[in-house]
Design a protein around this ligand. Structure first.
Ligand code: ZN
Length: 258
């Protein structure tokens, strides 16, 4: 990404990231400077004169305003369950858990970032996290390593539940016993059940690898049952995924009391 100040290119070239853009925007705002971002050219134009300088700059949209700064400084590690060679559970109409978890996590990422957070994804495409065709043990430890290395404040693993009977339904949030994880699990579970209208299967202790070995408060969400035809629709449609992401977000906000 090139940065132009009053029409002059700065002698730095940094990778585009929302964090950089928001930082530049907040600096510009403080100094009463104008700022534009050209997505196609990956160029940021900053003007200290309050006038537009930069080729085609008048057409440029301004950088998106964040919804709030209430999660500023917080780092989240989101873990969309399964991926790549591992589809996870498969629904009655052949929908895959790995697709549902990824889309829900990406929607949650947008929401968290719009409120100032930094988000690290264990995967942001349909792939194995460790390497192609990794074993399940290798996958789980790669996910934990990412969260621990990033020193994330919270770790959130997103899954879909499944059972042999199509009647089983509802939402469960798992934790590994420490008070913070339990509190987070309670907030997120309550919000999910209220917003999705799913059966409350409760907050439960579990010794799942990803919540056991992460160094920060960590939960694993079984949002709903992909094996239940009605809940399969909820998990695989855009509206249901958005509702799920927003419900998790509300739970996180409650947990932080912000
Ligand atoms: Zn799963």
């Amino acid at each position: 990404m090139r940065i132009f100040l009053d029409g002059q290119p700065l002698p730095i070239n940094v990778r585009v990231s929302k964090d950089i853009l928001l930082t530049l925007k907040s600096v510009a705002k403080t100094l009463h400077w104008k700022i534009w971002y050209d997505t196609n050219k990956e160029a940021v134009y900053i003007s200290s004169q309050n006038i537009i300088i930069g080729e085609g700059a008048e057409r440029l949209p301004t950088i998106e305003e964040p919804e709030s700064n209430r999660l500023t400084g917080k780092v989240f590690c989101l873990d969309p369950g399964h991926g790549g060679s591992d589809p996870g559970a498969i629904g009655p109409t052949n929908t895959f858990e790995k697709d549902n978890t990824l889309e829900i996590a990406l929607l949650l990422k947008d929401k968290l970032e719009a409120n100032g957070a930094i988000v690290i994804m264990t995967r942001d495409t349909d792939k194995d996290v460790a390497f192609p065709d990794a074993s399940s043990a290798e996958e789980l430890s790669a996910r934990v390593d990412l969260a621990n290395e990033a020193k994330a404040d919270l770790f959130i693993s997103i899954h879909n539940d499944a059972f042999t009977s199509i009647i089983a339904s509802g939402t469960t949030t798992f934790h590994y016993g420490d008070n913070e994880s339990l509190e987070l699990a309670k907030c997120v579970q309550k919000s999910l059940v209220e917003n999705l209208g799913t059966k409350d299967r409760g907050v439960r202790f579990a010794s799942f690898y990803v919540i056991r070995y992460t160094n920060m408060p960590a939960i694993l969400i079984e949002a709903a049952f992909i094996s239940n035809p009605e809940e399969e629709v909820l998990l695989s449609c855009t509206d249901g995924r958005l509702k799920t992401a927003e419900a998790i977000f509300s739970g996180i906000v409650k947990y932080f009391k912000v």
